[in-house]
Design a protein around this ligand. Structure first.
Ligand SMILES: *[C@@H]1O[C@H](CO)[C@@H](O)[C@H](O)[C@H]1NC(C)=O
Ligand SMILES: *[C@@H]1O[C@H](CO)[C@@H](O)[C@H](O)[C@H]1NC(C)=O
Ligand SMILES: *[C@@H]1O[C@H](CO)[C@@H](O)[C@H](O)[C@H]1NC(C)=O
Ligand SMILES: *[C@@H]1O[C@H](CO)[C@@H](O)[C@H](O)[C@H]1NC(C)=O
Length: 429
């Protein structure tokens, strides 16, 4: 069945794209061939192959109501020929810079020229984007960490690097929230973002953005940006909820995985330490769901607590949000790198350790299997589109050289798949 689906996609792709068709055919005629697959278990709706990446390594993606797919590529200054960090899909196998080549190339480079341990602090160019999200008004947001990868290390951010930038689909920038060092520390890693654009969320009337800080360095938290004032603050800062589990060890394709450091001390066995990563808003905007990458734990917190800025006016706000955070349980034997909600309230949870995606029904507290397929080699970011399909990237994340003693284990191509679901995108406007 998987072979049939792939073959159909291949016929379509070959018709559209004469160039590269043979390569595609040999790669995807047998869907197991590109990956080291150790089992063929599958269930759920058939995957549709939407895009193949033959060049840069993708993490996030998002789909506009006209079907246009946006994707992003964290900048790796030395490993790969990083060409642009935000892209728009232009064909089955090609991408182009978005909003422009120029916006993706800081004139001073990606590294801070006066301190090579830091990324460029360039507020008006994209340095290294970890997530791209099309909001309910069809606008494209780029979440820039300011922290490119250089020689196997993730550089620290210089102020100006960490920011949330909004573009219309025609490429015009309409917002640029450059985060101050009190919100985005030099070791903050802005990972993923969700929007509630309802005027009622905050007094300034323009809505709110919620962002996970997944930093490997442990100062994890949830960042809130008031889209009306540009003011920003942190919650659940350096708590066990937003940090990874100590000594976390995972399993991929049935094999236990332990990272081997490339950073000093090189060659030593280590653990993934990445914190709060996947993030989803409930369909009514009342709860924020999140999970640390290096943990199988799912949490939620009422957004009413997150919307209160901690400080002298609200001295109890930080503790109140911590006290209101609920542990919802373990996610069925997998950690997740992406969460996403549909308009019916279902939360889709990437299951990196099960080559699949799981469903969580918050009202019933019920977990269900959704899809499994050997081609799902680390579902990184999940994105529900208005056409009632769930899109996701498959990017072989754990095979990066940084976790494997410097050896590149990822095999081209990376993919975007989609599957039908029963509801569309959440619209909070
Ligand atoms: C998985 O299925 C493919 C296609 O039928 C087959 O070639 C391959 O040997 C199978 N692999 C395993 C591990 O069962
Ligand atoms: C990696 O890139 C940086 C910045 O451009 C450069 O200084 C360094 O020499 C490069 N390292 C290698 C191993 O090429
Ligand atoms: C881009 O789109 C925005 C929003 O639709 C519009 O206001 C603006 O005029 C457009 N700019 C250009 C250059 O087309
Ligand atoms: C890591 O790579 C180094 C250099 O190639 C090698 O000496 C060492 O044995 C490797 N360590 C492990 C744990 O594979």
């Amino acid at each position: 069945m998987l072979n049939l689906v792939s073959a159909t996609v291949l016929v379509v792709a070959a018709g559209v794209l004469a160039q590269g068709a043979n390569r595609l055919e040999s790669r995807w005629a047998n869907p197991y061939e590109p990956f080291q697959v150790y089992g063929n278990a599958s269930y759920g709706p058939a995957l549709q192959l939407e895009h193949l990446f033959y060049d840069q390594w993708p993490t996030g993606l998002s789909v506009a109501s006209n079907g246009q797919i946006y994707a992003n590529f964290p900048t790796a200054v030395n490993y790969t020929n990083s060409k642009f960090t935000v892209g728009v899909i232009t064909s089955f196998t090609t991408e182009a810079a978005f909003p422009s080549v120029e916006y993706n190339q800081p004139p001073q480079g990606f590294v801070n020229p006066s301190n090579l341990n830091y990324g460029a602090g360039d507020p008006d160019h994209l340095v290294s984007v970890q997530s791209v999200v099309v909001d309910a008004l069809d606008r494209v947001w780029a979440l820039d960490t300011g922290r490119p990868l250089l020689d196997g290390s993730v550089l620290y951010a210089t102020t100006g690097g960490a920011k949330l930038v909004g573009f219309y689909q025609n490429g015009t920038r309409f917002a640029n929230y450059v985060l101050p060092p009190t919100t985005a520390y030099f070791d903050t890693y802005l990972n993923d973002v969700r929007f509630d654009l309802r005027p009622s969320t905050l007094p300034s009337g323009k809505g709110v953005a919620y962002i996970t800080d997944s930093s490997n360095e442990g100062r994890n938290g949830i960042i809130v940006i008031d889209l009306g004032t540009g003011n920003s603050w942190r919650h659940l800062d350096s708590t066990p909820y937003t940090r990874g589990d100590p000594s976390f060890i995972s399993t991929y394709d049935g094999m236990t995985f332990q990272p081997i450091n490339q950073e000093p001390p090189a060659g030593t066995y280590s653990h993934l330490t990445t914190g709060s990563d996947g993030i989803a808003l409930s369909a009514d905007g009342a709860y924020l769901y999140f999970s640390p990458l290096s943990s199988r734990r799912l949490y939620r917190v009422p957004t009413s607590y997150l919307l209160v800025e901690p400080g002298p006016v609200n001295p109890n706000a930080a503790n109140a949000a911590i006290a209101a955070t609920e542990f919802l349980g373990l996610m069925g034997g997998s950690h997740a790198d992406g969460l996403e909600t549909d308009a019916s309230g279902v939360i889709y949870v990437g299951a990196c350790e099960q080559n699949g995606i799981t469903m969580y029904h918050p009202d019933a507290g019920m977990w269900m299997p959704f899809i499994r397929d050997p081609r799902i080699q680390w579902p990184d970011t999940l994105s529900v589109a208005t056409n009632s399909r769930l899109y996701f990237t498959s990017n072989q994340y754990w095979r990066q050289p940084a976790f494997n003693n410097g050896t590149e284990g990822r095999v081209l191509p990376y993919g975007i798949f989609s599957v039908p679901i029963s509801a569309g995108k959440v619209i909070l406007t």
